[in-house]
Write a protein that binds this ligand. Structure first.
Ligand SMILES: [Mg+2]
Length: 263
């Protein structure tokens, strides 16, 4: 789909014979693409964070013999972990806790639900999880096809992600996403976090992108969409979970394939 078009009239004269001159006119329509720089979020947008973290925790459940240690139900363990992880990420984004605390406390709080109060085990699990998770490769359906399509259409693709340098680069490398992105902006490298506008401003500077030709594509209303609004650029809300958003983004899609109708 083209984002904007303009038309112009071309007038040509043609000499038919010595005395008559006719003129020909034609309306020519020129179309172009409004957006040039597409800024993607990574986790929960392209890289299936939930499926990958479940797979990682399942493996740890076996290898670290968590059942024998008192974690009697893996599904419950995983469900509770996701809740604590979200809460701690929010506290981290708001500057209330440091990264180290986020990494081990999400395990510690989940273990406490199973009456296991071991900080040593929680720290060991936190470190192990961080080593294993970025090696996972599960992407949302159509991720690779979409990126190939956008690359063919000459869009400049970049990432703005709240993750850490080493972890996010490792995920990109292992899942085969790396080659599609020109710039990868992490919260660690920019010293800021979405939804703060500073990480976007750092991204514009690094990529040379103008705001009016930039758009943010992400799964989180609070982080990606609000962040893009704070930075003054358009947004695509990738609503994989079909939730009702609190604000209306510029565009909303429910699958990656649907993005082809915008770009
Ligand atoms: Mg995300």
């Amino acid at each position: 789909m083209y984002d904007f078009c303009y038309s112009e009239f071309l007038i040509k004269f043609k000499q038919l014979n010595d005395s008559s001159l006719i003129y020909l006119s034609a309306q020519v329509v020129h179309c172009g693409m409004k957006y040039k720089h597409l800024f993607f979020d990574l986790d929960h947008t392209l890289w299936d964070f939930e499926a990958n973290s479940r797979q990682t925790l399942e493996e740890m459940y076996e290898s670290m013999q968590l059942k024998e240690k008192g974690v009697y139900d893996f599904d419950l363990f995983h469900k509770n972990y996701l809740v604590y992880n979200d809460k701690l990420w929010e506290r981290y984004r708001n500057g209330f806790i440091k990264v180290d605390e986020l990494r081990w406390k999400r395990m510690w709080l989940t273990l406490l639900d199973f009456k296991i109060g071991s900080e040593v085990l929680a720290r060991e699990m936190g470190a192990h999880f961080l080593d294993l998770l970025p090696t996972r490769k599960i992407l949302f359906p159509y991720a690779i096809e979409l990126l190939k399509y956008l690359t063919q259409k000459k869009y400049q693709l970049h990432l703005i992600t709240n993750g850490f340098e080493k972890t996010q680069h490792s995920k990109l490398e292992n899942s085969g996403l790396n080659s599609f992105f020109k710039e990868v902006i992490t919260s660690e490298s920019s010293n800021s976090l979405k939804p703060h506008k500073e990480i976007f401003e750092y991204a514009f500077q690094k990529t040379g992108a103008k705001k009016e030709e930039s758009i943010m594509i992400g799964d989180s209303i609070e982080v990606d969409i609000q962040g893009a609004i704070n930075a003054g650029i358009d947004q695509v809300y990738v609503n994989h979970l079909h939730v009702t958003p609190s604000i209306i983004p510029t565009y909303t899609v429910h699958s990656l394939k649907e993005l082809e109708s915008i770009f």
